[in-house]
Write a protein that binds this ligand. Sequence first.
Ligand code: SAM
Length: 286
Amino acid sequence: MQVEGQSKIDHIHTPPLKIQGIKTKLVNFIVSKAHWDGSGRWVEPFLGSGVVLFNINPRNALVTDSNIHIIKFYKNIQQGKISSKRVRDYLEKEGMKLMKVGESHYYEVRDRFNQDWESLDFLFLNRAGFNGLMRFNSKGKYNVPFCRKPERFSKSYITKICNQVAWISKIIPNTKTWNFRACDWKEALHNLKRGDFLYLDPPYYGRHTNYYDVWTYDDISDLSDFLHSTKSKFALSLWYENQYRKNDDVREFFSDFKIYKYEHFYHLGSTESLRNSIVESLIVNK
Ligand SMILES: C[S@@+](CC[C@H](N)C(=O)[O-])C[C@H]1O[C@@H](n2cnc3c(N)ncnc32)[C@H](O)[C@@H]1O
């Protein structure tokens, strides 16, 4: 970004939460193509894991997501209620139980989380669930199955997660400069101020729909109307094409903006030869 003169971040950190569509590999692509001078707020209405926000590390931010558990988790770090030490104590205890008892302990934590909404249980499920998925059913209950590795929380895995939490604790500023809120994207964009920069990474409609992913054709159409009328600078991430099909939304709604493309590969399973490519786009207005 031309965020305050940065055009590349040397080391991209990964945050403690994982989510489908996480943009870890794309942070530097975003940084190099979006133009923002760093004044105003970084406004990110589809926060997800937070990997873009935390690596960019803006001075002022309004960051929101419809998923209250994500927002609560980061607010707890911001307020000092969750620290790397607390995460270590918790994961050592729960990881040990998981190893002794096996998968029924995962499901016990899942039931507990679906009742109490505790952030540490959310972290545990996110890091012990199948394929790093974050998924809720239509009633808002976390429903990812166990990854089938009772020995999941090894010493080094716990240390890795604790370091990720310690990194967030170190950079996250107070509530005055970074405002986290759980709300719909439309509400987040209601009170934009001059100089605010928008980074948007909505979910794909028709896929991965669940309680917190309320995203339809009407949403993308409304988002297009909004982006065509806003005075704020923005960068919008949308997948562009894969080997099977193109994303028609890019052409239908955003072809009059500047579209940058970036191809990357992902592995299917553990075999090197089974790899597919996807082309992502970053759509910017100025
Ligand atoms: C593709 S993910 C964002 C990924 C993120 N950029 C990252 O790198 O981790 C989309 C996010 O939008 C959120 N979301 C889905 N529908 C929403 C809505 N209607 N309003 C606000 N957020 C929504 C989901 O909870 C999810 O966290």
